[in-house]
Design a protein around this ligand. Sequence first.
Ligand SMILES: [Fe+2]
Length: 189
Amino acid sequence: MAIATYTLEQFVRDLRRITTETPDAREVISRVRPLARDLALAREGWLTPKHYGTDAAQGFGAHLLHEDADHTLAVMAVAWVPGHGAPPHNHGTWAVVAGVDGPETNVFWKRLDDGSRPGYAEIEKQGSKVFDAGDVVSFLPDSIHSVLNETDRVTVSLHIYGKHLNYTGRSQFDPAKKTETPFLLKFER
Ligand SMILES: [Fe+2]
């Protein structure tokens, strides 16, 4: 019952309280995960048809639901193009993702090199998992994953980041070319 009434505003207040109480990314993640699930399952309160809008060139559409004035605590609805997704990337901040509508495949990668060569990166696939509505996946700032919508319709997930991804200096990776390059997000408000 509490889940049905949990709102975006309450969620943002909870995010502010948690991140004020602890600077530790692991603790923040463990406390945010159940709340992200609650908000994802209370989608009637915040999800609108526009959040299903995608950007074909990017492989997904990112819709900013909230960020604080200093770009911290970014909350986004991300809509995934059928058959497409996001290349391997990190976030440069903690990240919690909760499924909202439809299954999405997350692939987890491990970095093999020490990062000392600018623009160079060797990454290796570690495994994958399909996440559906109410399932939660989380990442430390340096964790690398890729996402694929293997269904034939647009899927939506709820993404929460310690800081808006265009302000973290995060990277995308090409495992075949062994490159690391900046990864900026095209998003809508
Ligand atoms: Fe991601």
